[in-house]
Ligand binder design. Structure first.
Ligand code: ZN
Ligand code: ZN
Length: 132
């Protein structure tokens, strides 16, 4: 057991080094919520994150939006300003979610807000799931 934990630790370090070296530039998109993440994100390895993109531009071009947690694109120098909505609102339930929320990709989540304030001002209430 100890040995297993140790090799996992070594693998994690190697992964970190690879990311630091720029080998892990790949972006992943959640095919359900249509949100994409960079490799440093905790949501990067999610079950629905099966779409892969080489660049932020490619992801946006395919209809994905940048994750509000890892903010892919913010670190990309010279890229066109990606207006990533941080919050999405469900136009039916009038609840808003973090763009990283599992409900952010719902059929009625068509309202986009950049700030929490904006969402509240528009009459939306924070969702109990992600507590935006
Ligand atoms: Zn992310
Ligand atoms: Zn939510």
């Amino acid at each position: 057991m100890r040995r297993l934990a140790r090799s996992a630790f070594v693998a994690a370090i190697l992964l970190c080094l690879a990311v630091a070296a720029g080998a892990g530039e790949e972006l992943r998109g959640n095919v359900r919520s249509r949100v994409f993440h960079q490799s440093s994100c905790r949501y990067y390895g999610c079950a629905n994150c099966t779409a892969r993109f080489a660049t932020v531009k490619e992801a946006v071009g395919k209809g994905y939006r940048a994750c509000g947690v890892c903010r892919p694109g913010d670190s990309v120098a010279g890229s066109a300003a990606v207006t990533a909505s941080r919050f999405v609102g469900n136009t039916k339930s009038r609840k808003f979610h973090h763009s990283s929320c599992r409900y952010a990709g719902c059929a009625n989540c068509t309202a986009d807000f950049e700030t929490r304030k904006q969402a509240v001002a528009a009459g939306y209430a924070p969702g109990g799931c992600c507590r935006p």
